[in-house]
Unconditional design. Structure first.
Length: 333
């Protein structure tokens, strides 16, 4: 008699992980009514199809384990789950938690993958110092799904963390500009030139910039020149401190320099440089991103987002786009 062979497999499973194109951590400007992408999650069905039914998310205050945070709850106008360009569901954070009711709208065929995107719309910040500098660190806590037989599996615990975002009323972006002259010779020279652009959501007030510099053996940087700083071509005399040990040149504005919403200003830092000898020598500068957030007015790039009318709401250079800058060089052969 003929025989038949049957392949018996264990029940299928669902693997969930952060998507390869999930956005890097960044500053988020509180743009009213504008969706901003904050996470991608990749779902892979193994040995059976998986039909998603629920996804639970939360905001965490830890980078290593899920610790619920409610700090950003008031800043969230909505969180939106997308399958490509199709909106699957939306939710809010309540006590740091939210739930997408997928209701079988997303089906992942056996041994295939699908990536879903999470976007956020933020509430505007209006004269509220306590509303800025809030962190949104989205975590996919768990998910439920149906197997092909119709049985519901889960909630499957995940705690998959996306990257962390800091919410500000507006954001600043730094971009280097070409130095007007790169020849190193003795005198007052532009050692750094850059633009600062304010997001359309609000003005940026720049308080302080630290240039990190280096010099070769026979080159020197003595500090700011007498005419100090040019802003959009206009010369201003600005206070500065040169720390030869730390190799920093600090420029501090007595009154913060305001960059209006949606516009840019160009800054030229003039330093007094010297050089001797007949060999190759150089002076280099850059603006370094701060390693962690500080809001007390210290750091390499200190700026306020104008969240409060009466009180500066400072942050530093952490996550400011364009930092750390490339190195700008004055040199001679």
């Amino acid at each position: 008699a003929a025989t038949a062979e049957f392949l018996i497999k264990d029940a299928g499973s669902l693997n969930i992980e952060l998507g390869g194109d999930s956005p890097q951590g960044a500053l988020l400007a509180a743009r009213e009514g504008v969706e901003q992408e904050i996470a991608q999650y990749k779902f892979t069905a193994i040995d059976d199809s998986a039909t998603l039914t629920e996804i639970t998310i939360g905001n965490t205050s830890s980078s290593t384990a899920f610790v619920v945070s409610t700090a950003a709850d008031p800043r969230i106008a909505g969180l939106y789950l997308y399958d490509g360009t199709t909106l699957v569901d939306s939710t809010l954070l309540v006590s740091g938690l939210g739930q997408f009711n997928v209701n079988s709208k997303v089906v992942i065929p056996a041994n295939e993958s699908k990536t879903l995107t999470v976007k956020v719309i933020l509430n505007p910040i209006v004269n509220d110092a306590g509303a800025t500098n809030k962190d949104l660190h989205l975590t996919l806590i768990n998910a439920k799904f149906k197997a092909s037989a119709g049985n519901v599996i889960g909630p499957q615990t995940e705690n998959d963390m996306a990257n962390s975002f800091r919410i500000r009323k507006t954001t600043a972006t730094v971009a280097l500009q070409t130095l007007p002259d790169t020849l190193l010779n003795a005198g007052d020279k532009v050692v750094s030139k850059f633009t600062v652009t304010a997001d359309a959501s609000g003005d940026v007030s720049l308080k302080k910039v630290d240039l990190t510099y280096s010099t070769t053996t026979l080159a020197t940087l003595a500090g700011l020149a007498s005419n100090a700083v040019k802003i959009n071509g206009a010369t201003k005399n600005i206070a500065s401190v040169l720390d030869a040990g730390a190799k920093t040149l600090t420029i501090t504005f007595a009154t913060p320099e305001v960059i209006s919403a949606g516009t840019s200003k160009t800054f030229e830092i003039l330093g007094t440089v010297g050089v001797s000898g007949s060999g190759s020598e150089s002076v280099t500068t850059k603006i370094t991103e701060d390693a962690s957030f500080v809001t007390n007015g210290t750091g390499n790039f200190v700026w306020s987002d104008g969240a409060s009318i009466s009180t500066p709401t400072y942050s530093n250079g952490k996550l400011v786009p364009g930092l750390t800058t490339s190195t700008q060089v004055l040199s001679k052969n």
